[in-house]
Design a protein around this ligand. Structure first.
Ligand SMILES: Cc1ncc(COP(=O)(O)O)c(C=O)c1O
Length: 394
């Protein structure tokens, strides 16, 4: 049996690999502290679960239109209008089985064989693999800690060739927590417009933002960039609904229609019940989002302070999302056995029983990623274990 070239090119998700190994160790009775999860540890708010129960009881259990139900599209339009100052009509919205699915639909609908897709690193693990499946070529823009992990306009300009089709922007960013400011987005937008390059703006962490930072959607900076941008969002992270699988894309009707067509021949509609739950999430009370973000902020302050006290580790304070992206180059330089982020993550798991994700998965081997979507107690214990382990070997 031979697997298609298209699928053979994909690497397995390194995040899932570490989580699976940590789970296996837990099953063996080992007390593992995991910083690998990409999801909030809070339960889905009760009023959202009640909306799903109601949908179920009322028999809302059949196929819906493949691109999603009209009332939810209208609620999404309202959300964009109120939160992002963006006017979309329901024809410009596609509801998918998670934001991941919307992004995949977008890349497959825009990329032809050999098209170049510009992707700032560190990046979310799935982007390069999706680009490869679509036959595209990821062109990596390396960003650095010194520049707060932000792509510079001149870097973007230099990377654009006649084959460039798409630029992927992720603000707030997984794994770095970087949030782009309006004036920075304006400069990137001007370059995209002048070269007619499309933009996927992944805004899934929009609401998980700290220190008075403001989330700005690049699509809101003018009609020309709105026409080139697909704004991606969803309910997974903001409403602690990762398992419900509802995400959405907003953009020019022509692209949304192509993406809907593709989706109609793959998954069809996202789960009917989940769509009703997402409707409640977007239109119901928002108090729990604020509470969750408040809790994440406390954990962020704590983990960043503690990590910076460990010799060999340094960590910027992230402005958004729920990850701390820690620089471990000081350890890798000194320790011959753990010469890269993957071997360090493996050692931490096996010897200190702490699960983290190696930076290599995100395109930068000098870092490891901690998800602080776990209790303060566990964060304290996990960081202590790392400190003790490194203290012994360095
Ligand atoms: C940057 C980014 N985009 C998209 C997603 C996917 O979200 P969803 O659960 O809605 O598919 C994730 C999930 O980890 C993410 O980190």
């Amino acid at each position: 049996m031979s697997i298609s070239k298209r699928v053979s090119l994909i690497s397995p998700s390194p995040t899932l690999k570490i989580s699976a190994k940590a789970k296996e160790m837990k099953l063996q009775g080992i007390d593992v502290i995991s910083f690998s999860a990409g999801e909030p540890d809070f339960d889905t708010p009760v009023h959202i679960k009640e909306a799903a129960k109601k949908a179920l009881d009322e028999g809302f259990t059949k196929y819906t239109p493949a691109s999603g139900i009209r009332v939810l599209k209208e609620a999404i339009c309202k959300k964009f209008r109120e939160d992002n100052n963006l006017i979309f009509s329901p024809e410009e919205i596609l509801i998918s089985c998670g934001a991941k699915h919307s992004i995949f639909n977008a890349i497959l609908s825009l990329c032809d064989e050999g098209d170049e897709v510009i992707l700032p690193s560190p990046y979310w693990v799935s982007y390069p693999e999706m680009i490869k499946v679509a036959g595209g070529k990821p062109v990596i823009l390396k960003t650095t800690e010194e520049n707060n992990f932000k792509a510079k306009p001149e870097q973007l300009k230099e990377a654009i060739t006649s084959k460039t089709k798409l630029f992927i922007l992720n603000s707030p960013c997984n794994p770095t927590g970087t949030v782009y400011a309006k004036d920075e987005l304006q400069l990137l937008s001007n370059i995209l417009i002048s070269s007619n390059v499309y933009c996927i703006s992944d805004e899934i962490y929009e609401k998980i933002i700290y220190d008075g930072e403001e989330h700005v959607s690049i699509a809101s900076l003018g009609e020309e960039i709105r026409q080139l941008t697909l704004a991606i969002n969803g309910v997974s992270k903001s409403y602690s609904m990762t398992g419900w699988r509802v995400g959405y894309a907003a953009g020019a009707a022509k692209i949304i229609s192509a993406m809907s067509n593709l989706q109609s021949h793959s998954t069809s509609n996202p789960t009917s019940i989940s769509q009703m739950a997402a409707l409640e999430a977007l239109s119901g009370p928002q108090g729990q989002v604020t509470e969750m973000v408040g809790e994440f902020r406390k954990r962020r302050d704590f983990i960043v302070e503690k990590l910076n006290q460990i010799p060999g580790i340094s960590c910027l304070k992230p402005k958004g999302a729920f990850y701390a992206f820690a620089n471990v180059s000081g350890i890798l330089e000194k320790e011959k056995v753990m010469k890269d982020s993957t071997s360090l993550a493996e050692k931490l798991l096996v010897e200190a029983n702490v699960a983290v994700v190696p930076g290599a998965a995100f395109g930068d081997d000098n870092y490891i990623r901690f998800s602080y979507a776990t209790s303060l107690k566990k964060i304290k214990e996990g960081v202590e274990r790392i400190k003790k382990f490194l203290g012994k070997i360095l």
